[in-house]
Design a protein around this ligand. Sequence first.
Ligand code: SF4
Ligand code: SF4
Length: 399
Amino acid sequence: MRVRLLEQQRLEVILKIAERCNLNCSYCYFFNRGDNTYLGHAPLIARSVVHQVASFLVAGARAKGLRFVQIDFHGGEPLLMGKPHFAQMCEVFRGALTPFVDLKLCVQTNATLIDAAWIELFARYDVNVSTSLDGPAEYHDKARVDFAGQGTSVQTMAGIDLLRAAVKAGALPGFGVLCVINPDHSARRIYRHFVNELGLASMDFLLPLVTYDAPADAPAERFGDFLIELFDEWAADDEPHIQVRVLNSVMSLLLGGRAKVAGIGPNLAPAITIASDGSIGPDDTLRVCGSAYMDSRMNVATATLADYLDSPFMADLVAAQRHLPSLCKECCWARVCAGGPLSSRYSSSHEFDAPSIFCAGLKPFFAHVSRYLLDHGVPEARLGATLLGPDWKAISSAF
Ligand code: SF4
Ligand code: SF4
């Protein structure tokens, strides 16, 4: 079976350039969710593997007609790679791929190691920066701790302050923050911290990576409450330049558009992950379902992109993603939610055939955003074209 993944000739690559970290966040899906395959991988990607990845992507881009490739430098903590190695890696990718594709380089960092020289590198190689920040110190320090169990907000904010200064000085175009949702925390307080105290305009809020086998500590409804509070705060600002990816994505999907981020809505172009040893796997988030889901037994040294994308391993995952869980088939939100990302549907007994474990929170959240759209002039018929159900009037009157 051939897998049509590249409808838009786009590919996102999560590249594990460092498989170790200087922090030990309690919720970390990479180190603290039971998958220890990283211990068998090199702590840092070798220069030889960087060249192999570049060759793999160039050949894949030509064979698959790719027009856009995004490489996310991921970890662990990617800045552990060190500046000379990082600079050389950027040179390799820019030199190899720029003649063939529109290349976007990104880095996801905990920000604790950022200094002026790192910022100079990000600017020189046009690397988009995203940092992890769970809100003000009293929130951030709950889960984002070092190996001594100490909160890391001071080190994180030192890096973020350097980024903010670089943006103000025009050295960087901007940067984003990612916050993992803890429903014990106030969405309002976090949003105001980001927007009013830090002056940020690009952010996202992530549901924790949990499965039915290892669920979150709080019920799903409380995550929905958090998202609703966040939406109300953001909507009250009415500042289109403030981008909150999960909210922009849900609005877009409700209006018949596309999500701004993988993991929300129908996802026809999942990312691939390349580990520090060159092994190839699917979207990194699937590791919370067990290491077997990351193990395609292929490596950039010997396989092509087509080998991987057209493999039975990938076909099974794409089929699972596209197969709506049985209990979602009659749900009016199915075109917006698509049953949730695979990891949120997973249990060892039913694999992926269950609604998102956050379903009971997602439904009221989607209804709340729909109600907002109706109240702000979006015609019922426009929402009705997106939402499923034989009787749209009955659905809308239930909000
Ligand atoms: S900084 Fe990121 S990679 Fe490191 S422990 Fe925290 S969540 Fe995991
Ligand atoms: S809201 Fe719940 S039932 Fe509806 S598609 Fe999403 S996970 Fe499935």
